[in-house]
Design a protein around this ligand. Structure first.
Ligand SMILES: Cc1cc2nc3c(=O)[nH]c(=O)nc-3n(C[C@H](O)[C@H](O)[C@H](O)COP(=O)(O)OP(=O)(O)OC[C@H]3O[C@@H](n4cnc5c(N)ncnc54)[C@H](O)[C@@H]3O)c2cc1C
Length: 305
């Protein structure tokens, strides 16, 4: 980017929604840039096996995202990774996005910032608290870990950790039952390596010399507490929208997701949004890609009319 470059489209977020928008922008002959705070791929990078993406009956999430990125690169869409966005000015005909790499000016912006994991509500100041087994599970081979949450993510990621050779998992769910698919529950519990407890919450993490040593658990029915030795903790409590950059600017749902019309247009003319950040019922790779397609085509029409 040179200081004078004016883009047709700045795409914020390089997950499936953002990369698909980039592909459609390039095919429409538009000058687009994808700004990604991490590396491209988004949440799918941390999905072990994707089994519902048409054309690949089964594929590793990161492999799928590498293929998507290669497609983006083949069309010469500009991509800025590890790029921190400091401010966005979205009103008016020319939008600008200020980053640590410089300011990007464009006629349209497509927001594709997705979601981030909900943190554990106890102090977690140590390096052994994680939200992704694929990213961070490796070092825990032959060790003991705590898994927080009783939904599909918690059970799926626990199964993956067992394949990594993790010795023992204590899995806790605050409600009185687990919510993961029954087959996955049976598979995980069948390994004999998991102590799964419902009606149990984490009340403290014991950290000594910056190292996690144990978790203090409490049975919410009996109030009985127990300290369980663990080397790491993996938290799967769901996701929140990544909306900090624009929460005060764009109309959001009460849960913090962007409200759009069927063209993925937000409350600000020339600003579109796509993927998990949108207020919608189904959040999948295919639905994110569909939103990204529509947003890019609608942005193209906005530019050309
Ligand atoms: C554990 C888990 C397993 C899943 N498994 C499947 C599955 O098997 N199949 C399936 O179809 N779906 C699955 N999903 C859902 C799927 O991952 C999402 O629907 C999809 O990734 C949404 O794509 P997205 O592009 O909207 O958002 P994301 O994939 O979340 O990408 C958003 C991107 O925006 C970036 N970003 C965020 N904020 C900023 C900022 N301020 N500046 C710059 N960049 C920013 C992020 O770093 C990220 O790269 C799973 C989700 C989870 C949590």
């Amino acid at each position: 980017m040179s200081e004078s470059t004016i883009y047709d489209m700045v795409i914020v977020g390089g997950g499936p929604a953002g990369m698909t928008a980039g592909i459609y922008a390039a095919r429409a002959g538009l000058k687009a840039v994808i700004l990604e705070e991490n590396i491209t791929g988004g949440l799918v990078n941390s999905t072990y096996t994707v089994e519902n993406f048409p054309s690949y009956p089964t594929i590793h999430g990161m492999d799928l995202m590498k293929k998507m990125r290669a497609h983006v690169d083949s069309l010469e869409v500009e991509v800025e990774e590890v790029c921190e966005i400091e401010n966005m000015s979205l009103e008016g005909d020319m939008k600008s996005v200020e980053t640590d790499e410089g300011t990007f000016k464009a006629k349209t912006v497509i927001i594709c910032t997705g979601r981030k994991p909900i943190p554990l509500d106890v102090p977690t100041e140590c390096d052994q608290v994680h939200h992704c087994a694929i990213c961070d599970g490796g070092p825990y081979k032959s060790k003991r870990v705590l898994v927080v949450g009783g939904g599909n993510s918690a059970f799926d990621e626990s199964l993956y950790m067992i394949t990594l050779g993790i010795e023992h998992i204590t899995l806790v769910e605050i409600m009185d039952r687990f919510f993961a698919a029954q087959g996955t529950q049976d598979q995980l519990l069948g390994t004999g390596k998991v102590d799964a407890r419902s009606e149990t919450k984490v009340v403290d993490l014991v950290v000594e010399n910056d190292e996690l040593k144990a978790a203090v658990l409490e049975n919410v029915a009996t109030n009985q507490q127990e300290t369980v030795p663990v080397d790491g903790a993996f938290v799967f409590l769901g996701q929140n929208p990544n909306n900090e950059l624009f929460a005060e600017k764009i109309k959001l749902s009460k849960n913090g997701y962007i409200i759009t019309d069927e063209h993925m247009a937000t409350s600000i003319p020339g600003v579109f949004s796509a993927g998990d950040i949108n207020d919608k019922a189904y959040r999948q790779i295919t639905t994110a890609m569909s939103d990204g397609t529509i947003a890019a085509l609608a942005a193209e029409r906005y530019i050309r009319t």
